[in-house]
Structures are given as C-alpha cells and as structure tokens.
Design a protein around this ligand. Structure first.
Ligand code: SAM
Ligand code: SF4
Length: 463
C-alpha cells in the first residue's frame, strides 16, 4: 500500500473559505492526500487566502516566507517535492503578480477552479522541468457540478455553501471581482448534501453565500426556490436540529424569509444582517441599495415575526467622504437597533474597486477615533445582552472540549459560546438545556438544568 500524502491547508478569512478548504480536501482525498496540522514535511501546502482587506492579503506573503523554509528543508538533498499552492481571493486578484514575487509557489488558483485540482497536481508533478500553474478562470462549467458528490464528515455544526458570488457591487468590496457573478446551487443538491452531513452526525447547519438570501436555486420540480422555501425544505430533515444562514443583504430580505423566521423552530433566532453604515449619503456612495430607514424597517419586520430574534452586523468606518454627522448616524442606528455581536472595520481601499479612487479619503487618525467609539458601544451592547442571559435556560449544542479539564463548550441559539463543567465527553454532540449562571464579554457559563429533560433523541446519557 502506498503511504498517504500529507496535505496542509491553511484557511484565511470568511466561512466560505472554511467550506472551500474542506471541499479541496474532499477533491484531493482520492489522490491519497490526507490532512495534517502543519506545513512541516507536508507533500502539499495550500494557503486559502482572503483579499477583503489589505491586512488579510499581507498576512499571506509573510506566511509564504515560513512555508518557503519548510519546502527547502523537505526538498534538500534530493528529498520529496512539496507542492506550494496559493488559492482563494488573493490568488484570484493577484495571481500573476504572486507568481513573479514568490518563485517557489507552484500553483495559483481562484475560488472557482479548485475542482480542477487533480489535473493541476498531475501537471505540477510531471517529471520533466518545473511546471508552474495559474488557473484563475471563471470557467463556464459550474464548480459545484464537478466536486465529489460525497462530502466528508464535519463537526456537529457544519457549513454548507448554497450560493456564491455577488452582483451587488458595493463600491468598497472585492467580492464581485474575486468570486464572480451570483450563482445559486439547485435545491436538490443542497438537500442531498445536507442529508449526507446529517448522516455523518451534523446537527446544526449554517448555509453559506456571499449574498445568501439572494438565493434562487432551481427547484426539483421546475421553478425556483427562494431561501425561505429552501429553509422550509431543510427543516423537514430528521436529525437536523438547527439551521442558520449567512451573510445576508438587507435588500434581499423578502416576505418568504420573514415568514420562515416566524414559522420554523429549527431556524435559530439570530441573524447576521450587515448594515455597514448609518448615514444615507455614505450608504448611497457605498452602493448599498438600502437606506437607514429601510434597514430599520426590515429589522422591525423581522422582530415582529420572531420577537426573540437578535441581530448582528458588519460596519465600515471612515468610508471616503464620511462626515462627523454620517458617523453619528451610524452610532445612532446602533443605539436604536442594538446588536448582540458585530464586526467592525476601518475602511481599507482595495485595488480596482470604485471607492479606492474616491476623493475625500478619511485620515487614519479619524478612522481610529471613530472605530474605537463604535467598538466600545458594540462591546457594551454585547455584554448587556450576555448579562441579561443570566438566570435564563437555553438549549446548547455541545461541540468541543473546553480549555479546562472537564469543561465542554457549546453554542447557544444566539451564537454565544457557552461553557459547562461536570459533563462527560460523551455529551459532545448533544443539545442540553443549561441555566446560564455567568456572563463574560464574549461567552457564557451554565449548568445543566435537568438531565431527564435533555436531548431525548440522543442514545448517549448525560451525567
Ligand atoms: N456580503 C456581505 C454583505 O453584503 O454585507 C459581506 C461580505 S464581506 C466578505 C464581509 C465584510 O467585510 C463586509 O460586510 C464589510 O463590512 C467588510 N469589508 C468588505 N470590504 C471592505 C473594505 N474595503 N474595507 C473594510 N471592510 C470591508
Ligand atoms: Fe461585497 Fe456583500 Fe456588497 Fe456583495 S453585497 S459587494 S459581497 S459587501
């Protein structure tokens, strides 16, 4: 039997990259590649990169320096070859430049071509000469049609990509250029993959897309499914207990989706709905296609349908032309809506995007002052929400061991990590009812309410 080959994949950036890395492993498994935890001694190293902000892209170049040393050590004195590949959005945006700058990189491929990995590996391994490969096409064939039908086992909580690409062209964002046009996977494919994951033990699914609620996949019997309809179909799957989706655009929240939040118990009461900014002038310059008032209205309709729904958001501060007043509008919408989690970023000009060429770029010092104020407010809202959880009972899906002996960590319906002690490891994968006893800025602590009321479906016992 031939020795398995060692594959090290490092993932940067968003959940979609996490999903893609998993699928790259699925594509390479039939070739004998098995995942390992370090680049040292690996037969193939893939850096699956992110280009969304300058810092994320820079990180790749510093990591490549470390990989170079491992490659040199492995290949010294006629040792076996290490294939070094750069994948993802940096590869898509800067492929040719990357090849010039990093002569030891063997392969560069974008997010839409990794189904061709077997062919690329064969070319890179060809005995004659050195074959360097750049594949940053947006191929006519659909990547999803060429990926293996079987997905490998993932955790109790898993990602499933249902939509990709984006046609919105927000003026700050590279996604439409690196991921390409919007595409929705057929409903039947999504259901098949969800059932496979559930058969492997997954209990919570997060549906992914750059613009996930723009989903309009082919329905099995003709016509189209919206995201709302797809959620209803997924909720029918036995053994699938929790469903989430991310990332949504306010503009694509329709009645189907709102009613899914009202009707489906399995749909968790937590929604990441990026607003980006509060000032209408800024929203317009960002080409967000929604106003401050539109966002408030959508949030109100969602909360009407599902009163315990909690929101999280993304923010960009210091977008070109953002005035003090515009920034105060951002602070005001945060105060009025309240978010229980958020990601906030200083605007980072990205090459080739319209906003990078706009006049009135905001000085770094102003961006820093503004982001500090915004983050302080968001952190306060998160802590208040966590503190209000004390004394409440919540269903928690236990997913992994904690940092301390005897501690397990799970996720609340609102995505808060929850720690619990005194349960056996066999409780991992169970949904247990915990009473929240402790609130920290980024997590909660809880204790078991009553073992007999926990997770009837599981065959395993909780202490
Ligand atoms: N599709 C999502 C949406 O419509 O909000 C977001 C996708 S993007 C991968 C994640 C977040 O990165 C964005 O919501 C935005 O806040 C942030 N982001 C994108 N481009 C940025 C830039 N040039 N500078 C700073 N933050 C940026
Ligand atoms: Fe980028 Fe999201 Fe805007 Fe699309 S909708 S361009 S992914 S920020």
């Amino acid at each position: 039997m031939t020795e398995p080959k060692k594959l090290f994949v490092k993932t940067y950036g968003c959940q979609m990259n996490v999903y893609d890395s998993q699928r790259m492993q699925d594509v390479l498994a039939p070739l004998g590649y098995q995942p390992v935890d370090s680049a040292e001694g690996a037969d193939m190293v893939i850096l699956n990169t992110c280009h969304i902000r300058e810092k994320a892209a820079e990180k790749v170049f510093s990591d490549l320096g470390r990989v170079r040393k491992h490659k040199e050590a492995k290949e010294a004195n006629g040792g076996d070859k290490m294939i070094v590949a750069v994948a993802g959005c940096v590869a898509q945006a800067e492929g040719a430049e990357l090849m010039k700058r990093e002569p030891m990189v063997d392969m560069v491929f974008g997010p839409q071509t990794y189904h061709r990995l077997p062919e690329m590996v064969a070319r890179a391994n060809r005995a004659v000469g050195r074959n360097r490969i750049v594949d940053t096409d947006f191929p006519a064939e659909e990547k999803f049609d060429h990926l293996p039908e079987q997905v490998s086992k993932q955790g109790y909580s898993a990602f499933l990509a249902i939509q990709e690409g984006c046609d919105k062209f927000c003026t700050f964002c590279v996604v439409p250029y690196t991921r390409g046009a919007e595409y929705s996977r057929p409903g039947a494919d999504v259901i098949r993959e969800a059932k496979q994951l559930v058969a492997h033990g997954t209990r919570e699914l997060t549906l992914l897309g750059q613009n996930v609620n723009a989903y309009h996949g082919e329905a099995p019997n003709g016509g189209e499914w919206t995201l709302g309809r797809l959620l209803r179909e997924l909720a029918e799957i036995d053994g699938l207990d929790r469903i989430r989706y991310t990332t949504s655009h306010p503009r694509d929240v329709d009645e189907d989706l709102i009613s899914a939040h009202r009707d489906l118990k399995k749909l968790m009461p937590f929604l990441h709905l990026p607003v980006q900014a509060g000032g209408d002038r800024v929203l317009q310059a960002m080409n967000r296609k929604h106003t401050n008032a539109d966002y408030r209205d959508i949030a109100a309709r969602l909360k009407d349908a599902c009163p315990d729904l909690a929101l999280s958001s993304d923010f960009i501060v210091g977008f070109p032309g953002e005035s003090d007043k515009d920034f105060e509008d951002t602070m005001e919408i945060v105060r009025d809506i309240t978010f229980i989690q958020a990601f906030s970023f200083k605007y980072s000009p990205r090459p080739g995007t319209p906003a990078s060429a706009m006049e009135l770029q905001v000085p770094e010092k102003v961006k820093t002052e503004r982001i500090m104020r915004l983050q302080a407010l968001l952190a306060e809202q998160q802590l208040v929400f966590n503190q209000k959880s004390i004394g409440k009972e919540m269903d928690v899906l236990l997913e992994r061991r904690g940092k301390y002996e005897g501690q397990l960590v799970g996720k609340s319906p609102y995505m808060q990590p929850v720690h619990v002690s005194g349960l056996p490891e066999s409780a991992l994968g169970q949904i247990v009812r915990l009473k929240i006893t402790e609130a920290l800025p980024n997590s909660l602590g809880g204790e078991l309410v009553d073992a007999t009321r926990n997770d009837q479906k599981s065959e395993r016992n909780v202490a």
